[in-house]
Design a protein around this ligand. Structure first.
Ligand code: CTP
Length: 407
């Protein structure tokens, strides 16, 4: 018992909502619930109607020390089981086991039971632990649903390989309770909610400027730095809207992503969201120029040279800088020469509170890698950070944001 407490230290006092769906693996949910309770977490359990066939509400109520929620209304007294307040109560919503059916409904937004409506209204990180037969798990439909959920920031605890209830052997058995408990512990670890109640926008990734239906102009930005910052802000309790150009990255837990393509689309989405925000972090590599005319049909090659006339795009950061008031605005600069001077001039021109300078001359800094070396510059001076992982750089940038927003 003492060792469980130590192993899952981040769970003490945390609110975990456990969703149970109709799978043989539901018996493992009992163990999971017991592990969390021993670690000092508060647990509420929501079950699908079918899940009751696999494990009794009495078992789960006894282990969780809370009544079990299944219906939208309590059939005895008509009291409403509010999925909204459940979602607000939870620090983490863990659906274990998650059947193929429930994953499909989550992916498509079906809301025909309390477990699903709670998923749709939850603002906390959501974790699923799939459990099903190997062919169901491997089926393209299930894989696509998992992919959709991962893109939206749902965390997946991969099933294990072994003997399945069907008698077949393969990948599909739910991860063991200890593994799920450790996963949630890691997710909630360091969850200092110092930015609770703050709304922040992060722009990230490269914009895509269409030339014709087939070709475009873009750049090498991977979006990793912006995604790391969005994840760090959300982990500290901020409400984060990530306005993202094209990237292959999963949405960090708790972050709301808005997908855009062009600089114009990013401008509209970002300026629109800024009114109700406490600040914005401008990480996106926005194209400065876009084709003046986009051909509706594929442009055919000719014998001679061809020219594309480009027009300037609107500067999103400068627009936010002009209307910022006392909101926070953080910019990025990627330079190859005379770095500090260029960054200083952007700081002033766009009215940033501080700017994060990357120099392409520094080894380990810049686009695609997982490391970065940056200098933080504000009106009081500059702070050069050593080479670190993008995650650590994000934490340092968010430390500064936190200092400015909570002083
Ligand atoms: N930015 C923006 N909208 C644009 C262009 C840039 O929001 N249309 C933001 C970037 O996200 C970044 C900062 O402005 O925070 C970068 O400034 P910028 O002057 O655009 O950098 P470069 O495009 O590299 O400028 P230059 O060509 O002058 O070096």
């Amino acid at each position: 018992m003492a060792s469980e407490k130590a192993a899952y230290a981040a769970l003490a006092g945390r609110h975990i909502l456990l969703g149970i769906t109709g799978s043989i693996a539901a018996y493992k949910a009992a163990m999971l619930c017991r592990l969390w309770r021993t670690a000092g977490a508060e647990v509420q359990v929501v079950m699908t109607p079918l899940a009751k066939q696999f494990i009794t509400p009495l078992t789960m109520a006894t282990l969780s020390k809370n009544p079990i929620l299944v219906e939208f209304f309590n059939p005895e007294n008509g009291a409403w089981n509010s999925h909204v307040s459940l979602g607000e109560w939870a620090d983490c919503y863990v659906i274990a086991p998650a059947t193929a059916n429930t994953l499909a409904k989550m992916a498509t937004g079906v809301a025909d039971n309390l477990l699903l409506t709670t998923y749709l209204s939850a603002r906390c990180p959501v974790v699923v632990a799939p459990a099903m037969d190997l062919d169901m798990y491997a089926h393209e439909a299930t894989q696509q649903n998992l992919h959709t959920l991962a893109r939206r920031g749902v965390r997946i605890v991969e099933p294990g390989t072994g003997e399945l209830a069907s008698g077949l052997s393969g990948k599909g058995r739910m991860a063991e309770p200890e593994e799920i408990a450790a996963f949630v512990n890691e997710l909630l670890d360091g969850g200092r909610k110092t930015l609770a109640g703050k709304r922040l926008i992060v722009t990230a990734g490269a914009t895509i400027e269409a030339i014709d239906p087939v070709r475009f102009i873009s750049n090498h930005s991977s979006g990793k730095m912006g995604y790391a910052i969005a994840g760090e802000l959300a982990a500290r309790g901020a409400e984060v809207t990530l306005i993202s150009g094209r990237t292959a990255l999963p949405v960090p837990p708790g972050v709301k992503r808005v997908d855009v393509l062009s600089a114009d689309e990013m401008y509209e989405a970002t300026v629109g969201a800024f009114d109700t925000a406490d600040g914005a972090v401008m990480c996106a590599a926005v194209a400065d120029y876009t084709p003046e005319n986009v051909s509706q049909t594929k442009i055919k090659k000719g014998d001679g040279e061809m020219y594309i006339r480009l027009r300037r795009t609107r500067d999103i950061a400068a627009e936010l800088g002009a209307r910022k008031g006392n909101r926070l605005l953080v910019g990025f600069a990627l330079e190859t020469d005379d770095e500090e001077a260029h960054a200083q001039s952007k700081l002033e021109k766009k009215n940033f509170d501080f700017i994060v300078l990357n120099s392409l001359r520094d080894a380990g800094a810049g686009f695609r890698g997982d490391t970065n070396k940056v200098t933080l510059i504000d009106r009081a001076g500059s702070e050069e950070l050593p080479l670190m992982s993008k995650r650590e750089v994000a934490a340092r940038i968010v430390d500064r944001i936190e200092g400015l927003l909570t002083r």
